[in-house]
Design a protein around this ligand. Structure first.
Ligand code: CA
Length: 229
């Protein structure tokens, strides 16, 4: 079944007309500003787009190879780079990537606010998880999600079904930094989404966590946002 789904998905991707929101953003339209730039999805009813996936090691390493990101090469904890979400990046590290991406493309990339992140994660749902109120089995990667990566390591991005906006891994896999300061103190920033190493309930958007902007963890990454005209 999995391979049939994959082939159908591949066919749909190949046959679908290219969509670009550059001139007139349509909700759900996606765009990639450069070959190594994150694919961005326009959120319906709002003037922002957000990454379809968390920023990957491949995307981070492209920044480093291009002379950006302060030359910092985060450890992958021995799990592999490529299509896995970048980890061991603190909030200030994320800003170096965003600076590089914005300069490279001339577009105003940034981290999403917690409010934007929640809107994107919920995708119009009011349930605890975007797939329902029950964590179920194999909807995400967390400590108790029923995936092969549970409580062991990150999964390659896009290993689970996306939410209704076509966003992958908005719950589980890695927590994701936001732009929002902790109680007005901007030396700490909020992050959401839970991780491979945390309980199912931590993936709920009502769970907001925070760290100092200099804290690097192997369960914490980020996803970029983009203000649309
Ligand atoms: Ca754990």
């Amino acid at each position: 079944m999995r391979s049939v789904h994959y082939i159908l998905l591949l066919a749909a991707m190949l046959l679908a007309p290219p969509q670009a929101y550059a001139a007139d953003p349509q909700p759900g339209a996606s765009d990639r500003a450069c070959p190594v730039c994150p694919e961005m999805v326009a959120i319906p009813g709002h003037k922002f787009a957000i990454g379809r996936h968390a920023v990957t090691f491949a995307e981070w390493d492209a920044c480093v190879a291009d002379g950006g990101c302060g030359g910092y090469q985060p450890s992958d904890a021995g799990w592999g780079r490529g299509n896995r979400p970048v980890i061991n990046v603190h909030w200030n590290d994320a800003q170096t990537y965003i600076r590089w991406l914005s300069e490279k493309t001339g577009k105003p990339y940034r981290l999403p606010t917690v409010e934007e992140w929640e809107i994107a994660a919920r995708a119009g749902t009011t349930t605890d998880y975007y797939w329902g109120n029950d964590v179920g089995r194999n909807h995400a990667n967390c400590d108790g999600c029923g995936s092969e990566w549970d409580n062991r390591r990150t999964a390659p991005v896009g290993s689970f079904r996306p939410n209704a906006y076509g966003l992958y891994d908005m719950m589980g896999n890695v927590w994701q930094w936001t732009d929002t300061c902790w109680q007005g103190n901007c030396t700490k920033r909020l992050f959401l989404g839970g991780s491979w190493n945390h309980r199912p309930q931590d993936m709920r958007t009502s769970t907001r966590n925070w760290f100092a902007v200099t804290k690097r963890m192997r369960y914490l990454g980020f996803r970029v946002a983009l203000t649309l005209p």
